[in-house]
Design a protein around this ligand. Sequence first.
Ligand code: ZN
Length: 272
Amino acid sequence: MRRKLIAILLAIALTPVAAAQAAPPTWSPPANLVTPLNQVWQHQEQTYNNGNLYGFRNYGWDQIMANRGYINYCVRWDSSATVTAAQRDQIHATLARQHKKWMDQLVGHNAWPYGDVPVRVVGWAVRNRSQLQWTDTSVDIYVNDIRENAPQCSAPCGRFFHQNGQYPNCPGGYARHYDQSLWLTDGFGGGAGGDWGQRMGREYFMNNINANDMTILLHEIGHTWGLDDFYDWTPSGVSNFIMRAGSSASITEFDAWMFRDWWRHLKSRYGY
Ligand SMILES: [Zn+2]
């Protein structure tokens, strides 16, 4: 009895240490990453011509700050497959788990204000209601609202369409607006990502739903936060990282510092 109690207390005491994985508190990249990080930022400024890079107002950063600490999603089920309630919840859990892998790189770092950034799936878009095999009302369901040849959640609820963060014509109001879409398409190869969300093959997502690292999703989420591709150049001394497609299955230390560099450059926009 007593030993058991001690074991439980120990577990409680150790949990924060084990779970923390806190990022460094200040901008302090390892010496070998300083040059490539500078190269990346310069390359981004040149490629996006400064004004557009700094003027754009719908990065994942803007979305989180508008919400004060969470991200709302719509699932665009661009598929003829059916979905059970269990699969729906699994898709949400996987999305949240992968999203957290990026967010954890900021916890405790450089005045980042959030310890946890929940992912809420507020809507599902589908061609035919009968594909969704649940009757509860935990998510809003949008049927056959077709854009880009795929089902979408209601545009009046979408951040992409309302970058001022106002949703006067969204039936569920602000709570049911969505910042990003997880767009799963039958037979889609590779992926795409941006301020609007992430897209990949429905088969890829479902086949990797229990993977520790869902590589394509992680890469595409990187784009939502502003991170660039590296198809035509490689920063000095770093060749394997998730934003260089095909070179890493998971987020590396270099990816983490590129991510933190975005926060470093944008945080004054939010008063930090
Ligand atoms: Zn990419």
